[in-house]
Ligand binder design. Structure first.
Ligand SMILES: [Zn+2]
Length: 169
């Protein structure tokens, strides 16, 4: 595990916390794990909640500690290149590391009741398309939306063709 984080209990079970100050822009951890397709039976098990969507029809089941990173509607980290968790704000020692699961979700099959407690909590975590437009634009501008989702929005605003995702699923 990276020296910048540790695993600890939290109100949602376990979570990933900053072991030291982590600066905005710093890489925190990389998601790795076996790959699953859209039709795999795992989607009908409780492990479905652990899957990270990496493509329109592909997922990975992340290894620890990545699998323990919790959702927040007011996150301090985000995923770039489909796999790499980076800080999007300065994170204090002892603070829980979170990202917004909606930045990785676009399958219409999975939602999460959120109790993150933030005053802007959306209540239910749903696919990216359901986010408020301003929040979508903000996440897209920050580059922390999975490539297979972000591509759909780029195609709306730019002429088609030419774009190739550096780290596709
Ligand atoms: Zn929330």
């Amino acid at each position: 595990m990276a020296d910048s984080i540790y695993i600890a209990d939290c109100e949602f079970g376990r979570g990933v916390f900053a072991a030291r100050a982590i600066r905005k822009g710093e890489s925190i951890l990389r998601y790795r794990g076996p790959r699953f397709e859209r039709e795999d039976p795992i989607h009908h098990t409780e492990r479905a909640a652990m899957l990270l969507q990496t493509g329109a029809r592909t997922y990975i089941l992340p290894d620890s500690p990545a699998v323990l990173v919790n959702h927040s509607c007011a996150p301090n980290a985000g995923l770039v290149e489909n796999r790499l968790l980076v800080a999007i704000a300065d994170i204090q020692p002892g603070e829980q590391v979170t990202f917004d699961y909606s930045t990785t979700m676009d399958d219409g099959i999975w939602t999460l009741e959120c109790r993150c407690g933030h005053h802007e909590c959306r209540g239910v975590v749903r696919d990216f398309r359901h986010l408020p437009e301003r929040l979508r634009a903000r996440y897209l501008a920050m580059g922390i939306v999975q490539g297979f989702i972000a591509r759909q929005y780029r195609q709306r605003s730019e002429a088609a063709g030419g774009f190739a995702d550096a780290a596709s699923a």
